[in-house]
Write a protein of this length. Structure first.
Length: 255
């Protein structure tokens, strides 16, 4: 396929989008569709109900989509509206690449603002996890968009709430635990397993860097933790400590 020059502003956005989709389709493996459909819970009543897959590996998607990080936001917006899961992921991967290449804080803020306005299109956990830490998460570390976290949590939308939680990763990796711990605390009562796993994951990441921070959180809040959250959170603790917190949680439910 002859590649078009996406740097030319005169290129029709529809032509760019069609080339992008065609390259993704050419790299897809249809034999993986059934596996992905089961893995991402696309059945009736499941969280990914109705999602459509073409069987594309994430590294292949990333390799292709990095070539489109400089396309117009109109093209990316159109890809985010596609029913095919990997097309939406491609758009988010291109946005991540675009954010990393941005040469100024203003440019990064514009991308983050666009991302937040389209966050509802990250409607499965991989779409969130492969984008939120690398765009919103980096903005949070820079001290920007802090008010977005409250809005996302208060939205009541599972995927927007997961964006709020998973965007804590860059802060955690820099040993900035205050906001991540506060976000985890707010999300402890959440009823969905995907949120419970996300909260437990963040707590585990905190514990990997400072076990005393995790211990302090669990000492204060283990009665509020679901079994799923606690299981993820204590995964790297010594067996005796894991059992200790499981017993504490059980005891709190017997009283």
């Amino acid at each position: 396929m002859k590649r078009i020059d996406i740097q030319k502003e005169t290129v029709n956005t529809g032509v760019v989008a069609q080339e992008w989709r065609s390259r993704l389709m050419a790299a897809a493996m249809p034999e993986r569709i059934s596996v992905l459909s089961r893995f991402f819970k696309t059945g009736p009543g499941e969280y990914g109900e109705g999602d459509v897959f073409i069987g594309l590996y994430v590294p292949d998607n990333r390799r292709i989509s990095q070539d489109y990080s400089n396309v117009s936001l109109e093209v990316i917006d159109g890809m985010l509206d596609e029913k095919i899961h990997e097309f939406r992921l491609a758009a988010f991967l291109a946005l991540v690449r675009r954010y990393r290449k941005a040469g100024s804080d203003a440019g990064r803020m514009d991308i983050a603002d666009f991302y937040l306005s389209r966050g509802h299109r990250a409607d499965n956990w991989d779409l969130v996890d492969l984008s939120a830490p690398y765009i919103l998460g980096e903005e949070i570390v820079a001290g920007r968009f802090l008010d977005a976290i409250d809005r996302l949590i208060d939205s009541g939308n599972l995927w927007l709430q997961r964006i709020a939680v998973v965007s804590m990763l860059p802060s955690i990796r820099r040993a900035q635990f205050g906001l991540p711990l506060a976000v985890c605390r707010r999300m402890l009562p959440h009823s969905h397993d995907l949120m419970r796993k996300a909260v437990g994951w963040m707590l585990r990441e905190i514990g990997k860097r400072d076990q005393s921070e995790l211990i302090g959180f669990l000492d204060a809040h283990v009665p509020e933790c679901s079994s799923v959250t606690l299981s993820y959170a204590v995964e790297r603790l010594d067996p005796e400590l894991r059992q200790h917190y499981r017993r504490l949680r059980r005891a709190s439910r017997d009283t």
